[in-house]
Design a protein around this ligand. Structure first.
Ligand SMILES: Nc1nc2c(ncn2[C@@H]2O[C@H](COP(=O)(O)OP(=O)(O)OP(=O)(O)O)[C@@H](O)[C@H]2O)c(=O)[nH]1
Ligand SMILES: [Mg+2]
Length: 528
C-alpha cells in the first residue's frame, strides 16, 4: 500500500486537533496547517533592500504586478496567489480586511494603500490568474537590513518567527554580493524554520547579474563564475541548495516586451559598430539629446530603465544575429537572463519536493505547539512525529541532504557527493539523480540505477562504516530502488503509521484521532 506523506501529516494534525480540542488557539494553528497542506507550496522571495526581489517576481509571473518603485507598497509583505480574476485585498494589523481597486498604469499593477499607513497593514494579498501561481504561491518581502529598521524587522519576523515555523515553505534569497548579513539571515531562516539545522528549502540568487562588470555583454558569464565560487563556499553551501546568477530586469522586460521597445532596439542594432559602441559607452552618452539615433530621448531613457545597459547591448547583438521580431528577441533575452536556470532549480528542488517540504513545515509547527503547550497526550503525538520522520523516505532524503551539506554523512568525499546526487541534491528527476543527460532513455536510466544500487548495497556491507554512514547508505539504496521501479521516492511503498490507523492509547480522544480518510489508498505516483 502506498501512503502519501501529506495524508499521514493530515491525520496527525487531526489527532492533534482532538488532543487540543479545548485550546482554541492550538486548534486555530492546527486548522491553518491542515488547510495549508492542500495549497500550493509557499515560496518567499527575500534579500536585502533593492536586491531585485520584486523585479524577479514579475519576471517569474511574466507581468508587472509587484511594485518596484520606491512607493510605500515595497514596505509591505505581499502574497501573490492564483485566482480566477485579479483581486487585491488589504489585511490590516487589527484583523480588518479591505478590498483595493485593481488598476494598471502603463501595464504595471498599481497597489494604492490610499489613506492607510503602512504600519497598519499586516499584508497585502494579490490574487492573479497565472499558471505559475497555480504551482507556487509567491511572497514578496520588503528588503532586509533596509534603512527603516521597522521594515527590516517585519520581514525578519515574518520569515524567521521565534516560536513557529516560517510562513514560507521555501525561500529564494537574492543577493548582489555575498555579504555577512546575507549569511546571517540565511542561518536564521535555516535554524528557526524547523528548530534543527536543515538546508533543504533555501536557494540563493546572485541577482542583478547583468550589472557585474558594468553591464558588459559577458556579464552573465562572469556572474556564473562568481556563483560557482559561492556554490562551493563552505558557509553558503550549508545554507542554500544552489546559487544561480539571474538578470531579473532583463527577464522581466523580455516577458513584457512592447513593440515600440523592439523598434527602438532595432534602431540601436542598425547603427554601425563604431557608432553603436560609442553610444553605449555610458548611460549618459546613450541618454544624451544628440546621441545620433532616430529614437526619442524619452524612449531611450525608458530602454535604460527597462533593460539596463546590458539588456540594450544584448538586444542589439541578438537582433544583428537574426532575432527578427519582438517574440524572437523576447525568447532570446529570457534565455540569456538566467531565468530558465532559476526556474529549473525551483522546480527540481522545491516544486518536485512540495509534499515533503509542506509536510516538514506542518510537523515543525506541530512539534513547536507540543513543546509550548504540552498536554497529557502530547508525548504520544511527539512519538508519532518521530516515527513519521523516520519512516517517510522523502523526509529521510531531506534530512540526509541537509546533513551532507552541514555536518557530513561519514562517507569519503567522492561517495558523499554521489550520495547527495542520488538522493536528489541536484534535482529529483531520475536523470539528475543518476547524473545522466536530461533526455536519457529508460534503458539507460534503469542500467545506471541498477549499477548504483549494486555499488551502494556492496558499500553497506563494509564493516568500516559508522552509524551515520550506514543510515546514509540505507537512504541512498532506497532512493535507487525507487528510481529502478520508475517511481518517485515519494511514492515508495511503506506501511501506514500506527497512529493513523490505531491511535496511541494515551491520546485523550481516540475517537477523534481516527482520520476519516484512513481507508483511502493511493496508486503509486498518482500525486507526482
Ligand atoms: N540592472 C538591473 N537592475 C535591476 C535588476 N533587478 C532590479 N533592478 C533595479 O533595481 C531597482 C530595485 O528593484 P526591485 O525589484 O524593486 O528591488 P527589491 O529588492 O524588490 O527592492 P525593495 O523591495 O525596495 O527592497 C529597480 O530600479 C530595478 O529596476 C536587474 O536584474 N538588473
Ligand atoms: Mg520590492
Amino acid at each position: 500500500m502506498t501512503v502519501r506523506v501529506l495524508d499521514e501529516v493530515h491525520a496527525l494534525l487531526e489527532a492533534a486537533a482532538a488532543e487540543y480540542h479545548e485550546d482554541d488557539e492550538a486548534v486555530r494553528v492546527l486548522d491553518e496547517h491542515s488547510q495549508r497542506l492542500g495549497e500550493p507550496l509557499r515560496v518567499a522571495i527575500a534579500g536585502m533592500v533593492k536586491a531585485g526581489k520584486s523585479t524577479l517576481l514579475n519576471a517569474i509571473i511574466g507581468e508587472e504586478i509587484a511594485p518596484t518603485d520606491a512607493g510605500e507598497c515595497t514596505k509591505v509583505i505581499t502574497w501573490y496567489r492564483h485566482g480566477t480574476a485579479p483581486r487585491i485585498t488589504l489585511h490590516l494589523v487589527d484583523g480588518g480586511i479591505r478590498s483595493l481597486p485593481v488598476r494598471r498604469d502603463d501595464g504595471r499593477l498599481v497597489i494604492d494603500l490610499g489613506e492607510t499607513p503602512v504600519s497598519d497593514v499586516d499584508r497585502i494579498e494579490v490574487e492573479w490568474p497565472s499558471k505559475r501561481l497555480e504551482e507556487v504561491t509567491l511572497i514578496d518581502t520588503p528588503g532586509i537590513a533596509s534603512l527603516s529598521t521597522e521594515v527590516s524587522a517585519r520581514s525578519a519576523a515574518f520569515l524567521t518567527p521565534q516560536d513557529s515555523p516560517s510562513e514560507a515553505d521555501a525561500i529564494v534569497y537574492l543577493m548582489r554580493h555575498l555579504h555577512s548579513a546575507d549569511l546571517g539571515f540565511l542561518s536564521a531562516f535555516r535554524d528557526t524554520s524547523v528548530g534543527t539545522s536543515e538546508t533543504v528549502n533555501a536557494m540563493a540568487v546572485l541577482s542583478r547579474a547583468d550589472e557585474i562588470g558594468a553591464g558588459r555583454i559577458d556579464a552573465l558569464l562572469s556572474a556564473r563564475t562568481i556563483a560557482e565560487r559561492y556554490r562551493t563556499d563552505g558557509a553558503l553551501r550549508s545554507l542554500a541548495l544552489d546559487v544561480v546568477p539571474v538578470a531579473g530586469l532583463v527577464a522581466q522586460s523580455a516577458r513584457t516586451l512592447r513593440q515600440r521597445e523592439f523598434d527602438a532596439l532595432r534602431e540601436v542594432a542598425r547603427l554601425g559598430r563604431d557608432a553603436r559602441e560609442r553610444m553605449l559607452v555610458s548611460v549618459d552618452r546613450f541618454a544624451r539629446a544628440d546621441a545620433g539615433i532616430d529614437v526619442p530621448a524619452d524612449d531611450r531613457r525608458n530602454l535604460l530603465d527597462r533593460f539596463g545597459m546590458f539588456g540594450i547591448r544584448m538586444s542589439a547583438v541578438a537582433i544583428r544575429s537574426g532575432c527578427n521580431d519582438s517574440t524572437d528577441l523576447a525568447d532570446e533575452l529570457y534565455r540569456r537572463s538566467g531565468m530558465e536556470d532559476l526556474w529549473r532549480v525551483v522546480s527540481d528542488q522545491f516544486r518536485s519536493r512540495a509534499d515533503a517540504l509542506k509536510a516538514r513545515t506542518a510537523l515543525a509547527a506541530l512539534s513547536s505547539l507540543i513543546s509550548r503547550r504540552p498536554t497529557a497526550g502530547s508525548s504520544a503525538l511527539a512519538r508519532a512525529i518521530e516515527r513519521l520522520e523516520a519512516n517517510a523516505h522523502e523526509l529521510r532524503e531531506l534530512r540526509l541532504l541537509s546533513a551532507a551539506r552541514t555536518t557530513g554523512i561519514g562517507l569519503p568525499d567522492a561517495e558523499a557527493a554521489e550520495a547527495e546526487r542520488l538522493i536528489g541534491g541536484r534535482g529529483t528527476s531520475a536523470t539528475r539523480r543518476l547524473g545522466l543527460d536530461d533526455d536519457a532513455g529508460d534503458d539507460e536510466v534503469r542500467a545506471a540505477a541498477g549499477a548504483a544500487l549494486q555499488r551502494w548495497r556492496a558499500m553497506l556491507g563494509s564493516p568500516l562504516l559508522d552509524r551515520a554512514a550506514v543510515e546514509a547508505c540505507q537512504v541512498v539504496i532506497r532512493s535507487c530502488e525507487a528510481v529502478m521501479m520508475g517511481v518517485a521516492p515519494t511514492s515508495v511503498v511503506r506501511s501506514k503509521l500506527r497512529l493513523v490507523r490505531h491511535p496511541e492509547p494515551s491520546l485523550s480522544r481516540p475517537d477523534h484521532a481516527e482520520h476519516p480518510g484512513n481507508g483511502r489508498e493511493h496508486d503509486s505516483g498518482q500525486h507526482q
